[in-house]
Design a protein around this ligand. Sequence first.
Ligand code: KDG
Length: 318
Amino acid sequence: MEVVTFGESMVLFSSDKNLPLEYVHQFNKQMAGAESNVAIGLAKLGHRVGWFSKLGDDPFGRYVLHQIRGYGIDTSRCRYTSDAPTGVYFKEQRSRGKTQVYYYRRHSAASMMHPDELDEAYLADFKILHITGITPALSPDCLALTRKAVASAKKHGLKIVFDPNVRWKLWDSEAAAKEALLELAGSADYILPGLDEGQLLTGCSEPEDIASALLKPGVAGVVVKLGSKGAYYKSEQHSGYMAPFPAEEIDPVGAGDAFAAGFISGLLHGEELEQAVRRASAMGAIAVSVNGDVEGLPNEAELLQRMNNTEDYQNVKR
Ligand code: KDG
């Protein structure tokens, strides 16, 4: 197995109309969650992935699990609970590229994941652990689970890729977020903050300074995502800006997860930091041009075509 990740995935209700939600009468049902988005992105690229979580023993929980399993992701360590429901969230599209989310996930099944439930032997079979800053924000037990997964990953020689993914609606305070996220960043091999997340974690404003501040001993690389401006990457040996791939931005939600999937895929292909960031940037550009977190994610051939620009991506046969 190659990559393991865990976290909360929810049922997502979104509308085709650019309207405030109080005026929306019909919703499309989808499934989303940052970690499962990354898992799906990697699975679509042909990687062997495991994802685990706790879901409500309810129709939405079954829906989420069936969707993720349908991508060929190993979900054997997922649990159902009848003590809490599967999380739900709604996405409001005010205008093209401008989205707002509303969570109904407090005390959800996933927030009840517990460190004692971590299957260390299972984790030990993977090469890379992907974590985000969302899971530790769900509950104190989820923070403890994330810490335990990080410690197990280190013990068993897995590389750790950390996306801070700050979700203000989930944290009690900025100080709590900063403390937990800096601790996880310090344990990671690769850190993938957005510019504002990097600013929060380091107090620096420029990508170069953010990357330097996060590149502590033991950290192999930092990539600061700059949205439509590309990305800045830094390791001990290399640093530089990656120009963005051109993209028509329709729905930015999920772009960071696509970026993480591309980056991890690059690592698994043995690419150097710069190449992995290029792969990540192409994935991000593809993701923003489709409505939905994972619906637009490519397979390996489509990704390579986009990267090599040998053919119009839109014309690829699906
Ligand atoms: O990164 C996309 C995620 O924000 C979305 O899928 C929902 O996991 C989610 C979250 O917690 O916001």
